[in-house]
Design a protein around this ligand. Structure first.
Ligand SMILES: Cc1ncc(COP(=O)(O)O)c(C=O)c1O
Length: 329
């Protein structure tokens, strides 16, 4: 490892975080899924971030640990964030605020479901105040307005951007790569759901810093691949700056691969392939996927294996980012 990268990793160690989960999350073999995919299938593993112990887990917990720590360091008394009615990010932010003794205001596009279930139910159970707006575009202006009103009333709000996908939040996934490396033989490839880009950016930066030859495939549940890749590249740049590296040079060296071929009709709308992925993972491994993100990422993994994209001797890791609360909502 170069001294520059070593210094960056030392800086990473020094960034404070508010521990919500217990780590490492397990890495599990998926032998029956492998078998179901045929003779030529690579070895398959799952990194179980869905099993993070806090608030039904998922990738948002790792990001929130850093962001919450910064909010507390700034003496915030309220977290404000945005998302959709069934957002996993919103659920974890509301739960993290409760755990840290902070107030929480959620700005959500859509309308309050008549029967609360899944994330929408957990948001209210955690004591967060929920404000509904008519469209995605109205969320950020309303969040700013809420923060302004809170300040006027003598509070100290901290605004958490969509998905906590800031460079600081993404450091959670730089750390997660260190965790994976310490768990033994790293895979040849990782397949992961990517939307607001923080998870993908953290993985890519972490893999580069660790000097591991791992290809990463981000799979979109919603936006065009170019858009997610551009956002992830910006976050990688920001991560590098936070770690004292030359942001431009570091980001330029990274190849960011995002596949939007599994979105289907749109965000949260199942496809034949995502339904098959949910059924196959459940029936071969007792592994449950969520209907919006991980089922489409697993659909991609299955298609890649069937297309012969990986060698039989290779190891492919499915990074499970959680969200199953919505499978049974
Ligand atoms: C379950 C799940 N997986 C993956 C993602 C995508 O992660 P990111 O927003 O960091 O790209 C999200 C959030 O959007 C999610 O809730």
């Amino acid at each position: 490892m170069t001294p520059i990268y070593q210094a960056a990793l030392n800086r990473l160690d020094a960034v404070p975080s508010f521990r919500l989960g217990h780590y490492p999350t397990p890495v599990e073999e998926l032998p029956r899924l492998r078998q179901a995919l045929g003779d030529q299938a690579p070895r398959l593993l799952a990194k179980r971030d869905d099993a993070i112990s806090f608030a039904f887990g998922g990738n948002k917990v790792r990001k929130l640990e850093l962001v919450l720590s910064e909010a507390l360091a700034q003496n915030a008394d309220t977290l404000v964030t945005i998302g959709g009615v069934h957002s996993n990010h919103v659920r974890v932010t509301a739960s993290a605020a409760a755990r840290a003794g902070l107030k929480c205001v959620l700005v959500i596009n859509g309308s309050r479901p008549q029967r609360l279930s899944g994330n929408a139910l957990l948001d209210e159970l955690s004591g967060a105040e929920v404000q509904y707006v008519g469209s995605r575009e109205e969320r950020v202006p309303r969040m700013r307005e809420v923060a302004r009103q809170l300040e006027q009333a003598g509070h100290r709000p901290y605004q958490v951007p969509l998905g906590a996908s800031t460079p600081l939040g993404a450091l959670g996934y730089v750390r997660a790569v260190q965790e994976l490396a310490a768990q033994g033989h790293p895979p040849h490839a990782i397949v992961v759901a990517a939307s607001s880009g923080g998870t993908l950016a953290g993985l890519i930066a972490g893999i580069e810093l660790a000097g591991l030859p791992i290809r990463v495939f981000g799979v979109s549940p919603d936006d065009p691949a170019g858009q997610i890749a551009a956002t992830a590249a910006e976050i990688v740049h920001g991560v590098a700056l936070l770690l004292g590296l030359d942001g431009k040079e570091f980001a330029r060296g990274q190849k960011i691969v995002v596949d939007d071929g599994f979105v289907g009709e749109g965000y949260g709308i199942p496809t034949l392939a995502s339904r098959e992925a949910i059924a196959l993972a459940a029936q071969t491994e007792g592994l449950y996927l969520d209907p919006t993100y991980t089922s489409k990422a697993m659909a991609a993994l299955i298609a890649y294996v069937r297309d012969g994209r990986f060698g039989k001797e290779e190891t492919v890791l499915f990074w499970h980012t959680g969200g199953q609360v919505e499978l049974v909502a």
